[in-house]
Design a protein around this ligand. Sequence first.
Ligand code: AMP
Ligand code: ZN
Length: 114
Amino acid sequence: MAEECVFCKIINKELPAAIVYEDDDILAFKDIKPIAPVHILIIPKKHIPDMTAVTENDVDLIGKIHLAAIKIAEELGISEKGFRLVNNCKQHGGQVVYHLHYHLLGGEALSIFA
Ligand code: AMP
Ligand code: ZN
């Protein structure tokens, strides 16, 4: 838990969110400013600031996030046609919230990014 972290506050239910998946290690909720028909954020409950802070100890956790993404995609009906799972890392990656998160995007053909 990081005091001023907005995603830690969502995990602790201090801030509302439209939660679509939760287990002991992971939370997933709708992005507040969706850029696709389906736009879900998948986060570890452990506060990891960004992707470069992931360590050997987090290997299982990252695997679980991947499995959760598959499950959520199936539940939201975007598995068959496909989807995108994105991590924005730090300034040049366009990261705004410094709690590790993965964008699950789908529901339409997504444009190819540069
Ligand atoms: P990033 O640029 O990868 O750090 O993305 C941060 C994402 O978090 C953006 O897509 C925001 O719309 C989303 N976001 C920020 N605050 C909230 C919130 N309280 N609930 C849901 N999504 C949020
Ligand atoms: Zn946090």
